[in-house]
Design a protein around this ligand. Structure first.
Ligand SMILES: Nc1ncnc2c1ncn2[C@@H]1O[C@H](COP(=O)(O)OP(=O)(O)O)[C@@H](O)[C@H]1O
Ligand SMILES: [Mg+2]
Length: 390
């Protein structure tokens, strides 16, 4: 008799090595990132080897429709987007598997696309912190024939956490060092840092979203170039501009930056709505100075988040790590810290988060908790995810 899918899934955890596929679309909504990862847990530390990666961009029409829908959501659109993105995620996973020579894949970890993140949510005076990621995992499981671990954020929130950031545990596995204080930085739409004291244990990792990463820079670039540029490539516009100190000082007054840690944020706070409130002021400055000022805001808020940590090395990933002007500003603000790309550590900076969700699916399989009071504010260590079987 064939084993049931549940029995088959559970038996994967007995193996010493597994292949997991990670899927994510981040707050920039630029497209779907996917990575195939082999995890060997027969020895400590685990060996985590990236086999192949792929980026599937959203079309301009898809990105604009998604942005419009998030600003003005309706239930029918949400239901349909959930399935549509499930199909897009499944196609991307199948394409990567084919490109990698069709290896056996054991499990998929899918983060989905965040639609709304409300760590401070409340209703009728009662706390109701929640978050919503779509990209239906049952659709991904049906199309790929593989078990899919998804909804990684909700259990952490049920236990009082922010549901974010979730990559810090994987940063610890991949990048912590026995004798060097390190920081793992990810500059996506939102930026986040993981503080990894030398030789730390998982429960000692600290982490937070620092605020906007690329999101405001992208919005300003798209606005001023009438959509001709989606982002400020290499920070070329910012480099030509001059920071407006008055606007920068006022932006730095945003209450998020002085909230206690751990904390998380998203486009709800620093997206299109916030950008609209700044538009008149930014227009007055003109494109180059506006983009320079928003780039400086990202650099300052990242640097500020490290003020109580004697970092020796900062390892950057995410699309914003290609903004060489932003990285130079960060290096200038952190003179005692060596700032470098995660590529120097064998991790493709464009795929660290996709790799992370493959590893987090594997953690779910083995029953290993991956969020901690210090990383998300949860009351206890939490096992992340739930599983959809094909
Ligand atoms: N060459 C580059 N120069 C400057 N910024 C870049 C470059 N490549 C990508 N980016 C930035 O990275 C963003 C995508 O980063 P990503 O890590 O995918 O973010 P997210 O996780 O939010 O989707 C783009 O929107 C853009 O702002
Ligand atoms: Mg992205």
């Amino acid at each position: 008799m064939n084993a049931s899918p549940l029995h088959k899934f559970a038996s994967l955890s007995q193996r010493s090595s597994r292949v997991a596929l990670g899927l994510i679309s981040g707050t920039s909504m630029d497209g779907i990132d996917t990575a195939l990862v082999r995890i060997d847990s027969s020895s400590e530390p685990f060996s985590i080897q990236t086999l192949a990666c792929l980026h599937e961009p959203y079309s301009t029409a898809e990105r604009e429709a998604l942005r419009a829908f998030i600003q003005c959501p309706d239930l029918e659109a949400m239901t349909v987007w959930d399935v549509y993105l499930g199909e897009r995620f499944a196609d991307t996973a199948l394409r990567l598997i084919e490109q990698a020579g069709a290896p056996t894949v054991d499990v998929i970890g899918s983060h989905g696309q965040t639609i709304w993140h409300a760590p401070r949510g409340e209703l009728f005076g009662k706390p109701a912190a929640g978050t919503l990621q779509i990209g239906q995992p049952d659709v991904i499981a049906a199309r790929t024939g593989l078990p899919v671990v998804a909804d990684f954020r909700t259990r952490d929130m049920a236990w009082g956490g922010q549901g974010a950031p979730l990559v810090p545990f994987v940063d610890w596995r991949l990048l912590s060092h026995p004798s060097e204080n390190r920081v793992a930085l990810n500059v996506g739409g939102i930026a986040n840092v993981t503080l990894l004291p030398a030789g730390c244990e998982a429960k000692e990792i600290r982490a937070l979203d620092t605020g906007p990463g690329n999101v405001l820079i992208d919005l300003a670039t798209q606005y001023f170039t009438h959509g001709a540029h989606a982002y400020d490539a290499q920070g070329a516009f910012a480099r030509k501009g001059k920071v407006n100190q008055h606007l920068l000082d006022s932006l730095l007054q945003h209450p998020y930056y002085i909230e206690p840690t751990p904390k998380s944020t998203g486009r709800e706070m620093f997206g299109d709505g916030y950008f609209q409130t700044l538009r008149t002021e930014l227009e007055r400055l003109g494109m180059l100075d506006a983009i320079a000022t928003l780039t400086e805001l990202t650099a300052r808020t990242i640097a500020r988040s490290l003020s109580n940590f004697s970092a020796e090395r900062l390892i950057a990933a995410g699309g914003g790590s290609h903004n060489s002007f932003l990285m130079e500003r960060l290096q200038a603000l952190l003179p005692g810290v060596r700032v470098e790309s995660s590529a120097a550590h064998g991790i493709d900076p464009d795929f660290k988060e996709a790799i992370a969700f493959a590893v987090l699916a594997d953690c779910f399989l083995r029953g290993e908790p991956a969020s901690f009071p210090n990383t998300t504010g949860a009351q206890k260590t939490v096992l992340l995810g739930k599983c959809c079987l094909p």
